[in-house]
Every structure is written in C-alpha cells, then in structure tokens.
Write a protein that binds this ligand. Structure first.
Ligand code: BEZ
Length: 211
C-alpha cells in the first residue's frame, strides 16, 4: 500500500552501516529523512550520497536525522562508502540500511515493478517528530535528487508547524509568507500585529514570523 501524507511512518528494525536500528526509537524527537537508492556502486547514487554527506550539517541544524537505504547488504554499503569518500570528497556520515530481503523497501512501497522489479526507485520521505509522513517524493533512477529542495521543504514544514502560515511558490527561508486561509482577518490582526499586504482577500502576504 502506498504511503500517504499524514500516515504514520511504518516502524521497522534493520541492519545499517551504524548497527541495528529500531526506526522510531532511532528517530526519537527528531525529524527524519528516509531516502532510497536503486543499487550500490551506481553512479547517480554515488553523487547523491556524497552530496548529502556534505550538507549533513544543514540537516543537523534543523534537527533532522538522515538515513539512506539500498537493497544491497550492509557489507556492500561499507565497501561502496570507500568509493564515495574517495570520489565525492566527503565520507558518508549517516546510516545506510541494508535491505537485501526488501523488508523496508516493501513497507515503504519503494519498489515500483513497472519501473524495475528488483531496484528501489529514488524515494524520499520526510517524517515529523510525531512520526507522521510530511512529504513523499519519487524520482526515477536516472535523475539525481535535488537535496536543497528537500531542505527548503523542511524549512517550510517547520515554519508552518509553528505559525499559522503557508509558503508561496519557490519560497526560501526569509521570504514573505502567506497568512493561512483558515485565519480570519480578526485573528490575523492578533497574530500579525505589524500588518500584512492583502493582494486579494484570500492572498495575504506577511513578513516571515519568528525571524
Ligand atoms: C545510478 O545510480 O546511476 C543508477 C542506478 C540504477 C539505475 C540507473 C542509474
């Protein structure tokens, strides 16, 4: 069954390059990003893992734990990580799940048989501290992901979890935001006493709160 936004992220126990983890316990109170790779020793995945390792401080700063997965076993991941460190300039600094029996891949519907019946697609799940799925994205095997976009969505999710706002197209942290559609003007006066710009009655732009 496909995983939908708002579903509880399935829990599992798995071997990883950093030992056995119980997923929900491992997440603790943090946000999480779980992302899958079609296969070890493949070129696009090699660049992706190197990039995520390089920007891991950006995930840490947002209280987000990252964890990768491919259907190969942990001992294969460990060998591949030597190549990633050598070619991408950064050693993989987060756990990689070994999933040779496809337990986690099947739980998260990461194998799309009409694309490939043996490799996972490039899935991304962002999971909130409440263990609910906040974002799912699926990329084809031939397209490396834009992890800066994942960080951008996390910024939006963390902002909208705190304030009654939404973020417009192509928003980045620091840009103006939209007052939530369910907030009446009377309530908005209390929440945003500095005022807002009403482009339309339903499109009210305000400075990003909390900055
Ligand atoms: C890659 O990571 O380059 C890749 C993996 C599986 C299929 C196609 C490309």
């Amino acid at each position: 069954m496909a995983i939908r936004l708002g579903d509880e992220a399935p829990d599992f126990t798995a071997d990883t390059t950093q030992g056995t983890i119980h997923f929900h316990d491992w997440l603790g109170d943090s946000w999480g990003v779980l992302f899958s790779h079609p296969k070890d020793f493949t070129p696009v995945c090699t660049t992706e893992l190197g990039y995520v390792a390089r920007i891991k401080p950006e995930f840490d700063r947002r209280n987000v734990k990252v964890i990768g997965l491919s259907v190969d076993a942990v001992d294969s991941h460990v060998k591949w990580e030597q190549d990633i460190a050598e070619t991408q300039g950064t050693a993989v600094n987060f756990p990689m799940i070994g999933d040779p029996d496809r337990t986690v891949s099947n739980l998260y519907d990461m194998i799309h048989p009409n694309a490939s019946d043996s490799f996972t697609v490039r899935s991304v799940f962002v999971i909130g501290p409440d263990k609910k799925v906040k974002l799912t994205i699926t990329y084809p095997a031939s397209t490396g992901r834009n992890f800066d976009e994942i960080l951008r969505v996390i910024d939006s999710l963390q902002l909208t979890a705190k304030f009654k706002v939404a973020t417009p197209a192509n928003w980045h942290d620091g840009d103006d935001v939209i007052i939530g559609a369910v907030v009446s003007d009377d309530d908005a006066k209390k929440l945003f006493p500095q005022g807002w710009t009403a482009v339309k009655p339903y499109l009210r732009m305000v400075k990003q709160p909390g900055r």
